[in-house]
Design a protein around this ligand. Structure first.
Ligand SMILES: C[S@@+](CC[C@H](N)C(=O)[O-])C[C@H]1O[C@@H](n2cnc3c(N)ncnc32)[C@H](O)[C@@H]1O
Length: 250
């Protein structure tokens, strides 16, 4: 028998017991929920919108598809997906209820209410049967999950045969000089912006640290393949600041 309490994981640059991570992550996103959308635009200078649109370009949603948007937060991916598909259904699942509450307040949520479900849940233990969804997305979510490989395994389980996985996440910049410049920006500017806009420096300090701890493009590609996905590939966005990983359950 393994002692579950002895296992540790990272929370930003800190090592903590695995059993504490989900609670800490819920604390971060519960705290920033009401300012989350404003902060996204401020921190990325609007670029997160371009990345999310690039995700849709590669995904090419089709009419009638059923999407599971894990760590879906305030709904950015699901809204885009339904707009592009024209018809279909999206389930937004998230660990942090206040994020879903903010999402439901958005004008798009009202306009698309009949095509949307909002569910509190954990990426590592999805409350759905096998072979349920056509598409699984997780955008800026998987680096917060305690055991990302388990989330990928769950994605594979709930997708139908022929279903598609698409992950959008911060990644590592292959060019060291650019990585240095990017680190200066993220470690100096983002926590300060979090303090001014959301009155919460610590949550944004966690954000930048968690980005640095996330596996690089090739390592994560191996994890996507280990979950069973085929034709797994990735595309860098903005020189590797972010990255899209795609895979198919065939
Ligand atoms: C940075 S936000 C991303 C929200 C949205 N997908 C986007 O791209 O704007 C990360 C979200 O992941 C959620 N999250 C973290 N760990 C999770 C888990 N284990 N299961 C489900 N959601 C999780 C958080 O609650 C938070 O809402």
């Amino acid at each position: 028998m393994t002692d579950e309490t002895a296992k540790t994981t990272h929370f930003g640059f800190a090592d903590i017991p695995e059993t504490e991570k989900a609670g800490r992550v819920r604390g971060v996103f519960g705290s920033v929920a009401s300012k989350y959308d404003v902060m996204n635009d401020a921190m990325s200078m609007g670029i997160h919108r371009i990345w999310k649109d690039a995700m849709m370009d590669w995904l090419a949603p089709r009419a009638g598809q059923k999407l599971l948007d894990v760590a879906g937060g305030t709904g950015d991916i699901s809204f885009r997906f339904l707009k592009r598909a024209g018809s279909g259904h999206a389930t937004v699942l998230d660990l942090t209820e206040p994020m879903l509450v903010e999402g439901r307040k958005r004008a798009e949520a009202e306009a698309m209410a009949a095509s949307l479900d909002w569910i509190v849940g954990d990426a590592m233990a999805l409350p759905f049967e096998d072979n349920t969804f056509d598409v699984y997305t997780i955008s800026f979510g998987i680096r917060n999950v305690t055991r990302p490989q388990e989330a990928l395994n769950e994605a594979y389980r709930v997708l139908k045969p022929g279903g598609r996985l698409m992950v959008l996440e911060f990644s590592q910049i292959p060019n060291p000089a650019m990585q240095w410049a990017y680190d200066r920006y993220s470690f100096n500017v983002i926590p300060a912006m979090g303090q001014v806009i959301a009155n919460d420096r610590e949550s944004y300090q966690y954000l930048v640290e968690s980005i640095r701890k996330f596996p690089d493009q090739e390592t994560f590609l191996g994890m996507v393949r280990s979950a069973g996905f085929e034709q797994a590939k990735y595309r860098n966005l903005t020189l590797g600041v972010a990255c899209l990983h795609s895979g198919w359950k065939l």
